[in-house]
Design a protein. Structure first.
Ligand code: COA
Length: 139
């Protein structure tokens, strides 16, 4: 898809993001302050976001990536991931971690398609008692 614009989120993106992921306003503001959310826009409308953290304050972890359903499978998730990876490489990071719920088979297949390698599992970590599958990718 052409004309995808990806950049750090701003306060104007709060409604779109908080409607689609569990995040308090306080936590959203913190993530904004530290530039840890990217937003993708098509024709000036938000279509996706990527939120990240740093494990042990130094290892990048993609906490969530979400594309508006009507815009899935059009290359936006891949564009966001590529943009994020370039940002990390530019800042001298060489490894990225991510995860997916145990039963989210589509998300797991997408990670593998994006060249993530499965690297671990934590059981019963989610609210519904399901586990979480972890992935890593060298940059
Ligand atoms: C997973 C998600 C982010 C993917 O984003 P997307 O914009 O739909 O994916 P893209 O169109 O960029 O796909 C990129 C590539 O992955 C492939 N792909 C897309 N969905 C896939 C899937 N479910 N399984 C395997 N491959 C997939 C595409 O065919 C494409 O392949 P190509 O580059 O070889 O042509 C999106 O479907 C989504 O928001 N899902 C709900 C939230 C979620 O599960 N997030 C991940 C866990 S946090």
């Amino acid at each position: 898809m052409q004309n995808i614009n990806i950049d750090f989120a701003t306060k104007q993106d709060e409604l779109f993001i908080r409607k689609n992921v569990e995040l308090t306003s306080e936590f959203f503001n913190k993530k904004l302050k530290y530039n840890e959310i990217f937003v993708a826009k098509v024709e000036d409308k938000q279509v996706g976001f990527l939120i990240f953290d740093y494990l042990w304050s130094e290892v990048p972890f993609m906490a969530s990536i979400w594309i508006y359903p009507n815009f899935r499978k059009k290359g936006i998730g891949k564009s966001m991931l590529n943009y994020f990876e370039q940002y990390l490489s530019d800042n001298n990071y060489s490894m990225l971690f991510s995860s997916s719920m145990e039963n989210a088979k589509e998300a797991q297949a997408w990670h593998k398609h994006m060249c993530f390698k499965e690297c671990g599992f934590i059981s019963e970590i989610n609210d519904d008692n399901t586990g979480e599958v972890f992935f890593r990718k060298s940059l």
